[in-house]
Design a binder for this molecule. Structure first.
Ligand SMILES: Nc1ncnc2c1ncn2[C@@H]1O[C@H](COP(=O)(O)OP(=O)(O)O)[C@@H](O)[C@H]1O
Ligand SMILES: [Mg+2]
Length: 222
């Protein structure tokens, strides 16, 4: 049982009736605890579709997603599953504009049993981890794009997820800022986190231990 992958896609296909698109076709992959994996492929190859399925944001047309050996559908409420088991980082951050950095990081913690002061302590620790201690009371508009992504990463870590999924997390960042985010991912990996990053950036993909490549909705190498 200890050898069960942390997350696994088994023969997963996703058909969108809207547009009559087969975005993914019979994709199988396994990621084990502690691995650092990159998912690459041309625009439109199905990367976001696959990441959304792995993260429980969408459901396969056929096939299965398993997390810790159990089908995702067995975890009950998908929103609760996501916020307690995984962290999801989006290219465009998806921070809540009326909330401060600290409040954004606390948001997922309302799904946990932490008290208000524990939430505050943990949010501040996470903001320190991503190098944002000096900006805890700033709202997203007052932050640079790189700083916003740091806050989004801190928020993704709010509930100590075992898996971090990120969809083109450095896609909107200049190369120096992206580099700092790469180093943050490296340090998360070194501390035991399992990561799967979708990226166009060969520099980021090269830092991962494994690369999965999608072409036209099919896994062509892994
Ligand atoms: N919600 C949707 N409805 C219809 N088609 C979609 C939807 N999401 C993605 N697609 C299509 O599926 C294919 C794969 O998209 P996507 O996974 O976003 O690719 P990538 O992230 O690799 O650029 C594309 O042809 C895209 O237009
Ligand atoms: Mg995409």
């Amino acid at each position: 049982m200890t050898d069960a992958p942390l997350i696994e896609a088994i023969g997963v296909s996703r058909f969108f009736a809207d547009g009559n698109v087969t975005a993914l076709q019979d994709v199988s992959l396994q990621i084990h605890k502690g691995e650092y994996a990159a998912l690459v492929g041309k625009s439109g190859s199905g990367k976001s579709t696959l990441l959304n399925l792995l993260g429980g944001l969408d459901h396969p047309t056929s096939g299965q997603i398993r997390f810790n050996g159990r089908d995702l559908t067995e975890y009950g409420d998908p929103a609760h599953f996501r916020s307690t088991q995984l962290g999801f980082v989006f290219q465009s951050f998806h921070l809540v504009s009326v909330l401060t950095a600290e409040q954004n990081v606390q948001l997922p913690m309302f799904e946990s049993k932490l008290t208000a002061s524990q939430r505050q302590t943990r949010a501040r620790e996470l903001l320190e981890l991503v190098g944002m201690s000096h900006r805890i009371h700033h709202r997203p508009q007052k932050l640079s794009v790189g700083e916003r992504q740091r806050v989004a990463i801190a928020r993704a870590l709010a509930n100590q997820p075992s898996l971090l999924l990120a969809d083109e997390p450095t896609g909107n960042l200049d190369s120096a800022t992206a580099h700092a985010i790469f180093e943050l991912f490296d340090s998360l990996h070194a501390s035991g986190m399992t990561l799967l990053l979708v990226t166009h950036d060969p520099m980021l993909a090269n830092r991962a231990q494994r690369t999965f490549t999608l072409a036209d909705g099919k896994l062509v190498s892994s």
